[in-house]
Structures are given as structure tokens and as C-alpha cells.
Design a protein around this ligand. Structure first.
Ligand code: GMT
Length: 389
């Protein structure tokens, strides 16, 4: 990639969902890294993002407050967000909005940009597509034309994997290219931990420990996590750590009760930081129906944990089958389980996979990825100044 250098630190409005979902995490970690590089980063969201620490230099949070009125069955968040974006852009003299997840953030950015232009302020918009905003929700015929338009109107659009770029160009009328800037991990934070006694809390001596981390939505196929676990545990003594929560959690808890495996499957809810929990495990299970990137897999790999995942979407770009993980096709479920058992049964082979996972994760260090975003911003800065001359 050709890189450009910024003329000066920027004032950036970072718009994202605040929850534990991957897009909010990526936005927050990116914002924190940009702030350390001297840029002023103003987060705009309905609640403070989970991983954001606003007491750090150059980081700010602006809460979107909703207007409730009896006429509204659903309060119009997009309008409240747009209003807040306009206010922050004006008061902080922002150079650009970087919005994460197209729906509705890219639409709000376009509206805010037009409002600001009508008041004489020029602002740029970068939209980062994360996955379900394209592959699931965005494709819905109710949303698709709006997403297409918001993509067209953004000054730059990025996707977190080649797979997602392909899906975006295939399903949407983009009228522009989509740049791939892959997700990243902070290796200073995500690294192998060995917290005394932690593994033993979840698995007796001699057991292998599997882990799953997600927001327990249908796309994560929690039922398949349990099926994989049960099949593996039939061949080798194994326990399972389930981290996170979401709509599919009650059903999963019920299944575990029905199967009578409560003593071996541990639901620990949302946990941040997850690096210590991941580090305690031998293998992560991620049988998602689709995954534009699979940030949870990368974070596990950075902790030295290989990943058994479905052969789907961006997971096939991150995980190298037979080297640092296992990719399981729809037809290859039994074979996938058999390979997992082989690895878990062989300490030397498992260590080999662990080392390879660490090595793979090091290629996604935030320090390698951040310059790509800065270069993108620099390109916009150059365009803006050349338009003025
Ligand atoms: O599905 C999630 O875990 C949340 C969702 C989001 O946008 O909040 O995640 C998507 O974005 C992540 C960060 O870019 C990716 O790592 C996930 O693969 C992607 N999820 C899906 O594509 C299902």
C-alpha cells in the first residue's frame, strides 16, 4: 500500500456502537492508538464504549441523548446521533468523521456532513464496514438502498477483510472501490498470561480446556459450539468455558442442563479483559455461520490459543488450516472434531499450533495496521487542501 503522511494531527469524530461487539472494540482500540499518536479523538455514541478510558490524553466522549415523545413508537436515534455529530463537529472543529458499522452511522454522517456544509464547514467521512452491516442486516431490502447510498456518499470506505470487500461490491451499488484495512490486535495487551489457579477453576487436572467468546447471537451458532464440545469430550477429557452473553445464552444453558454437563461447561458472562481467560484455554471454538473477520479468533491467537472455526468468510484469511488452527467445512464436521482431538491429545503438536497462532497474530499487530488508517486520512487532507487552491 502506498502511504501518505499527515500534515498535522487531526480532530476525528469516531462514531460506533458502545457494546462488546467487534465493531465497537475495533473503533475504540483504533481511537486509543490514534490519540497516543497525538490526534484528538472524539467518540460519539449512546453510551461510553466498553473499552474506552476517557481519562487518557486526547480522548473524549460525547453521549447521544435520545428525545422521547409519546408520538414516537421508536425514538429516531439516527436524528439524535446526527444532531450530536453536527454539534461536536462545530464545537471541536472536526476534520473528519470515522464511522464504524454502516447502519445507521454512515447515513447519519452523510446528513451531518450536508448540514455542516450548509453552515460553511467542510468535513470528510470515512466509513468502515464490519460485517453484519453488509452480510446480514444491510442486505435486508428495507435497508439495502440506504446502505448503498451511504457508501456512495462516504469519502472513503474500508472493509475489515477481502471477503467483506467482495460481499460489499457484490450486493451493493457502491460506485467506488472499497479499501481493505484488516482488523488488528494490541499485542501489548493480548499475550499469553499464566494467572495462577485460573485454569484450575474451570478444568480439573488432566482435562483440556476449550473456550468460546462471543455476543451469543444466532450467527455465532452456539448450538454448534456445544455439539463440537460434546463430540471432542467423548474422546478426551475436556471442559468448556463460555464467555459473553446475548440472545442465545438461555437456550445454551438449557441444553447444557439437558445434557447433564453443567459441571464441565462454565458460563462466565461478559468479561473484559478476556485475555487472561483465553490464555487459560487450549483451543477456541468459533463455528460462526459467517464472520467478516473474527476478531475474537485473532485475540485468542494473540494469547497463544489456536482456533477451530468454520470455513467461512474472513476466518479463512486469518486462520491457516493445519498450521495455526482448524477450518471446518459444512460437510467436514466429524473430520474437524477428529483433528481437534488429535491436536489436543498430542502436547507437542498442540504447542506447535500455539506457537504458530502467536506468530500469525503478530502480523496483525496494531502498529502495522494504524499507518494504513493514517495514510487514508492523509489522502483526504491532501484532497481538501487541493480543493481549496
Ligand atoms: O458479530 C459480532 O461479533 C459483532 C460485529 C460488530 O460489528 O459489532 O462483528 C463484526 O465486526 C467484527 C469487527 O470488525 C468482526 O471481527 C466480526 O467478524 C464481525 N461479525 C460478523 O461478521 C458476524
Amino acid at each position: 500500500m502506498h502511504t501518505m503522511t499527515l500534515e498535522r494531527p487531526l480532530r476525528i469524530g469516531m462514531v460506533c456502537y458502545p457494546t462488546y461487539g467487534g465493531s465497537g472494540v475495533v473503533a475504540t482500540e483504533l481511537g486509543k492508538a490514534l490519540a497516543e499518536r497525538g490526534h484528538s479523538v472524539h467518540f460519539i455514541s449512546n453510551t461510553q464504549p466498553a473499552r474506552l478510558d476517557v481519562f487518557r490524553e486526547n480522548l473524549y466522549f460525547h453521549e447521544v441523548s435520545m428525545v422521547h415523545y409519546p408520538l414516537f413508537e421508536h425514538s429516531p436515534y439516527v436524528l439524535a446521533l446526527t444532531g450530536k455529530m453536527v454539534e461536536v463537529a462545530r464545537e471541536q472543529q472536526l476534520d473528519l468523521f470515522h464511522v464504524h458499522y454502516a447502519i445507521p452511522h454512515a447515513t447519519a454522517a452523510h446528513l451531518a456532513k450536508e448540514i455542516l456544509a450548509s453552515q460553511g464547514q467542510r468535513i470528510r467521512v470515512v466509513t468502515t464496514l464490519h460485517g453484519t452491516d453488509i452480510t446480514l442486516v444491510g442486505k435486508d431490502p428495507n435497508y439495502a438502498p440506504v446502505v448503498s447510498f451511504a457508501i456512495q456518499q462516504s469519502d472513503e470506505v474500508t472493509a475489515v477483510s477481502e471477503y467483506l470487500r467482495g460481499e460489499t461490491l457484490r450486493y451493493f451499488d457502491c460506485r467506488k472501490d472499497v479499501l481493505v484495512i484488516s482488523n488488528f490486535v494490541d499485542l501489548q495487551r493480548f499475550k499469553p498470561f499464566a494467572r495462577a489457579g485460573l485454569r484450575e477453576r474451570f478444568c480439573p487436572p488432566g482435562h483440556r480446556l476449550l473456550v468460546h467468546v462471543s455476543n451469543f447471537r444466532r450467527v455465532k451458532r452456539i448450538d454448534r459450539v456445544l455439539e463440537w464440545y460434546r463430540a471432542i469430550a467423548a474422546s478426551i477429557p475436556t471442559s468448556l468455558l463460555m464467555v459473553g452473553d446475548g440472545p442465545e445464552l438461555p437456550k445454551a444453558e438449557q441444553t447444557v442442563k439437558e445434557w447433564g454437563i453443567q459441571s464441565k461447561v462454565h458460563f462466565v458472562g461478559r468479561q473484559d479483559p478476556v485475555e487472561e481467560l483465553c490464555s487459560a484455554a487450549d483451543l477456541m471454538l468459533l463455528p460462526s455461520e459467517t464472520e467478516s473477520f473474527g476478531l475474537a479468533a485473532l485475540e485468542a491467537m494473540a494469547c497463544g490459543v489456536p482456533v477451530m472455526a468454520s470455513e467461512a468468510g474472513g476466518l479463512t484469511e486469518l486462520i491457516q488450516d493445519g498450521i495455526n488452527g482448524i477450518l471446518v467445512s459444512e460437510e467436514g464436521q466429524a473430520r474437524g472434531v477428529q483433528r481437534a482431538v488429535e491436536i489436543l491429545n498430542n502436547a507437542e503438536l498442540l504447542q506447535h499450533y500455539r506457537n504458530a497462532a502467536l506468530q500469525r497474530a503478530s502480523q496483525y499487530n496494531i502498529t502495522h495496521i494504524l499507518p494504513h488508517y493514517e495514510s487514508l486520512y492523509a489522502g483526504l487532507q491532501v484532497q481538501s487542501s487541493s480543493e481549496l487552491t
